[in-house]
Design a protein around this ligand. Sequence first.
Ligand code: NAD
Length: 495
Amino acid sequence: MTDGGSADVAIERADVGGVSIATGHLIGGEWVGSARTFETRSPLDWDAGALAHIARGDQQTADAAVAAAVDGFAIWGAMSVADRAAALYRLADLIEERTDDIALAESLDMGFLENSMRQRLVGRGALNFRTYADLVVAHEERIWDAKSMYNAVQRMPAGPTVVITPWNAPFMLSTWKLAPALAAGNSVIHKPAEWSPLTASILAELTVEAGFPPGVYNMVQGIGEEVGAALVADNRLRRITFTGSPETARHIGKAAAANIIPFTAELGGKGPLVVFADADLDAAAKKAAWQFDDSGQVCLAGTRLLVDESIRDQFLERFHHHADELVLGDSRNPDTDIAPCVHPHHRDRIDGFVQRAKAAGHTILRGGHPVEGSLHYEPTLIEPTSNDAEVVQSEIFGPVLTFQTFADEAEAIELANSTAYGLSAIVYTTSRERAERVGRAIRAGLVWVNTFLVRDLTAPFGGCGISGIGREGGDHALEFHSDLKTLMILDDSTS
Ligand code: NAD
């Protein structure tokens, strides 16, 4: 994001690679602008200038969006579950119809691989809405007779909900947070990240086409510290759900606490990828090299390679072989494996970690430099001199992995659990007993053994430690977005 300065009125639509995208906020079913704008640029061609000038929301925008969401909630929260589910299904169908536009816009705006968007993530976004339409219809209320009373546990939609999302995988991540809030009966105000705002506008437009009543789905654009902070401070909200960094979560948590509003936070990760001597070594080394995917801008990535010391050399040889095959390039090219970093500031931040690691005497096993002439960073592997090194303990969020060895299972577990994070872990072993034992011993919200990233949408998702508060996924998210009520009627007291 760079400041595009002031304008009398925000530009209404922008042509982004042939895709027409609204540049304002969607509030109460209407597209509105702001006096100021910010520009979004493409990491694929940074020097080409602005892809679009986007409305830069402020306190007034936040006030209007929350007021609209209060009105929208009065309609949506009172609608039947079946009618809400039907709207979610319509939205899912419309998302699929716009697959090419969403894939191209996200690839230009954030640098995400266009093919991955087209083949996986847009479909997953549609599936999020379908899955929650199904889950909410089946979400049972409990009824029983006891102590001469009819007892019922009922679910009330919580109310207006702010959904704040990060710049990485923005489309899919947004759908995953918005779908359960809407399914539960809440109205929403979505605030996408300023480094990748475009596909949020397409999604908002599709909600209008899908016939969501005005005010049910609101979307405001702008800077986190401005309109984001104004939104989360509003005491008319009933829920806040956030995905982003622990630093921002601390600010939002304070705002939520001030108004006693429940909030969930899906935060950063520093996951281990543990390779035991009994593992399928080639599969493990290949998966390790693929942690450079999406330029390492993945919260779930296994960025700390922990390898049994007896297989150190064989592992490294295979790892380098697979890493050598990765193609850095333009995200629109189907042959590209590794996209550029999202923003020059982010690339410089990644480089800062690597240069400090060099200065601290850690060994660079591969890479270690920005790529000339693009926003790529070389896929980098660092062997630290100690486990408390900054590169081991801090989330870098780029194509930078660390390499450490362990002597036995106990040390592997100790290293795996040795950071403040606890989002995810990957383990490679062919022993079922070890898989169970190590899987249970690792403190993380998700542990994959001999696989990665695949998750049934009904399973819980979230982190321990500074990786987050609460769980999304399946009924867990529906619980968060509802308030429970126990209704008790004395038998024979009514006719
Ligand atoms: P960020 O925390 O800088 O920003 C996230 C969002 O918060 C943006 O929309 C931003 O505008 C908004 N924001 C910033 N300050 C705010 C404030 N004071 N009040 C309200 N909103 C504010 O994070 P980022 O750089 O966009 O994303 C990267 C981070 O997100 C990494 O740490 C990554 O691991 C994490 N992440 C976690 C998950 C997960 O599911 N656990 C998924 C993706 C990304």
